[in-house]
Design a protein around this ligand. Structure first.
Ligand SMILES: [Zn+2]
Length: 165
């Protein structure tokens, strides 16, 4: 039986242990991407197939096994993050854009919630609190990380602008 996922504007993913950076980026861009470096090949295949997730892997053999099983799989070639994201966006024909309402926690994959400066007072350094106005909190109580548009934002903008040209 084949369960090839139909093209969707918002596919979900499972990434192999080599692709932690790709997973963090996809989460930031609002995609549900499972990543756990302790998952072995059989578990990755099972998750991709049973949950209709796109498997992202650097392993040719795993890629072939996924396709043979009827899962959707992308063999990520480049180690450059922009090229890797570009390949995913082209193969699935999806746009990778940052939407601050859709972002997920790069660290744990839970949705992020936009919060006011007051709500994160005491949870981020004073300097950050006074300098920035947009904050997000991870909705997973076990994680709870706070994010803001800081200096790393320039890198994100640069990668995204290279991506969609
Ligand atoms: Zn989190």
């Amino acid at each position: 039986m084949s369960r090839k996922a139909s093209p969707s504007s918002s596919p979900s993913f499972v990434a192999d242990s080599m692709l932690g950076d790709v997973a963090r980026w996809l989460r930031l861009l609002g995609f549900d991407c499972l990543y756990n470096s302790s998952l072995h090949d059989d578990q990755l295949l099972e998750i991709a197939w049973s949950q209709c997730r796109v498997l992202l892997t650097r392993d040719k053999d795993l890629h072939r096994r996924a396709l043979a099983r009827g899962a959707v799989s992308i063999l990520v070639n480049s180690t450059d993050i922009t090229q890797a994201l570009k390949q995913i966006s082209e193969e699935l024909q999806i746009l990778l854009l940052f939407d601050e309402r859709r972002s997920r926690c790069p660290s744990c994959n839970a949705p992020l919630k936009m919060v006011s400066r007051e709500e994160v007072a005491g949870r981020v350094p004073e300097g950050i609190l006074s300098r920035y106005s947009k904050f997000w909190v991870c909705t997973n109580p076990k994680c709870g990380k706070v994010y803001w548009i800081g200096s790393h934002w320039r890198t994100i903008r640069r990668v995204l602008s290279n991506l969609n040209t």
